[in-house]
Write a protein that binds this ligand. Structure first.
Ligand code: HEC
Length: 77
């Protein structure tokens, strides 16, 4: 699991429009490793529970990808 090659692209495609430079809904940014680490618990729960993104959540495969990265220590790799 790679943050740079898999997780950041997933977040950019599905989260950063509302949690990035132009909008920070709930004060949350998800556009770099450090801010993702800061919001890791909330982001993990929001993804696992299908709450975010608000339009239907991620696919099962995408949720699994994120969860695997978290389970492997949420490394900056
Ligand atoms: C279309 C806009 C939009 C997108 C896309 C989006 N969010 Fe959000 N997000 C919001 C809004 C609005 C809130 C604040 C209201 C709420 O909590 O429902 C929020 C709140 C949050 C919170 C804070 C919840 C809490 O418990 O404090 C987290 C974490 C979060 N989003 C993560 C994500 C993640 C991860 C993604 C991508 C998988 C994502 N969001 C995609 C709009 C969005």
């Amino acid at each position: 699991m790679s943050f740079a090659n898999q997780i950041l692209p997933l977040l950019k495609a599905n989260c950063v429009s509302c949690h990035g430079p132009s909008q920070q809904n709930a004060g949350v940014r998800l556009d770099s490793y450090n801010v993702v680490k800061t919001n890791l618990t909330a982001a993990t729960n929001a993804i696992a529970n299908g709450i975010m993104p608000p339009t239907g959540g991620l696919s099962t495969a995408q949720r699994q990808l994120f969860q695997n990265w978290v389970n492997q220590g949420a490394l900056n790799n």
